[in-house]
Ligand binder design. Structure first.
Ligand code: NDP
Ligand code: OAA
Length: 268
């Protein structure tokens, strides 16, 4: 017997959400139907829903004006591609109501109290939170190495000054001179750059925790894209996971990959 398709909703209808819709429309996510969208700007949610509806693929996607309406839909999965504040608003009520979450804004989980609440709520209600690999990778080796015993982990990012313009570390000298603009742990990093270092929090949650990872962010003039270099060492293992990406598209595709893994008989 053919299994019923999983229902899906998206919170945060920007660049990365569009990649998930591309995958739905091209048949790469055939086990799912996108039934609802929500974004801070309603027109963006409408635009995304319209992309599904104009294809006449046998079901409808509706745009909603609040997160609570998305939760009331009770989709099997909610893709969060908005920002850490949205994950904070969404996670507990959605998990209680029977929806699992696939999230990009992992930075919200740097708060230990929130992390524990999410974990307990999901466990109690039989739901799950999937942390996507986003713009990095190697969660398998990070988790395995940290299980083996004490380890040290560093996370070093290179970015262009352009991508730091909206942050408090920005100064015009960054346009001409390379500079380490942040050095600290992942909890401090996400507090300073709320939508730019979800990856550092993700790597820390897969290993030693947000306060025990050494994070740096270096601004490099005219740099195109981002480079995230993770290095983990224990007595036995020394691994380096270094991911360069020209754009953040890899993060959108990692959501697609996670959704495929959820329904796949063979799981990575
Ligand atoms: N884990 C990872 O590797 C990565 C994670 N990310 C995370 O993914 C998020 C989305 O990235 P991207 O698609 O490139 O960003 P975009 O800015 O293109 O899209 C984000 C969309 O979400 C909306 N939004 C923002 N905050 C909220 C909110 N609180 N509630 C509802 N909607 C909201 C925005 O609305 P509006 O248009 O009104 O601003 C925008 O339409 C990032 O903010 C970041 O947190 C991003 C890259 C990598
Ligand atoms: O895309 C990136 O390089 C990383 C990013 O924005 C994030 O972690 O939020």
């Amino acid at each position: 017997m053919k299994e019923a398709k999983k229902t899906l909703a998206i919170v945060g209808c920007g660049k990365l959400a569009d990649i998930v819709v591309d995958a739905l429309l091209s048949g790469v996510l055939d086990d799912y139907q996108l039934i609802g969208s929500y974004s801070r700007t309603f027109e963006k949610a409408q635009k995304l829903a319209e992309r599904i509806n104009k294809e006449e693929i046998g079901y409808r996607c509706d745009a909603y004006e609040s997160i609570s309406e998305i939760i009331a839909l009770k989709p099997d999965y909610i893709v969060e591609s908005a920002a850490p504040v949205a994950l904070r608003e969404l996670a507990l009520p959605a998990l209680k109501n029977g929806s699992s979450i696939v999230t990009l804004s992992i930075g919200a989980l740097a708060d230990e109290e929130f992390y524990n609440q999410v974990q307990e709520t999901a466990k109690k209600h039989g739901t799950r939170v999937h942390l996507v690999s986003g713009s990095i990778g190697g969660f398998d080796v990070l988790r395995t190495a940290s299980l083996m015993g004490d380890c040290e982990i560093t996370f070093d990012t290179e970015k262009s000054p352009k991508s730091l313009r909206s942050t408090s570390v920005y100064e015009s000298a960054l346009e001409t001179d390379a500079k380490k603009v942040f050095s600290g742990n992942a909890k401090q990093a996400i507090a300073l750059f709320p939508t730019k270092v979800n990856v550092a929090v993700a790597a820390s949650l897969a290993s030693v925790g947000p306060e025990n990872i050494k994070v740096s962010v270096t601004s490099v003039p005219d740099y195109i894209g981002d480079d995230h270099r993770i290095e983990i060492k224990n007595e036995e293992v020394h691994a380096i996971v270094d991911v360069y990406s020209k754009t953040s598209k890899i993060a959108g595709w990692s959501v697609v990959n996670t959704l495929r893994n959820i329904t796949s008989p063979i799981v990575f």
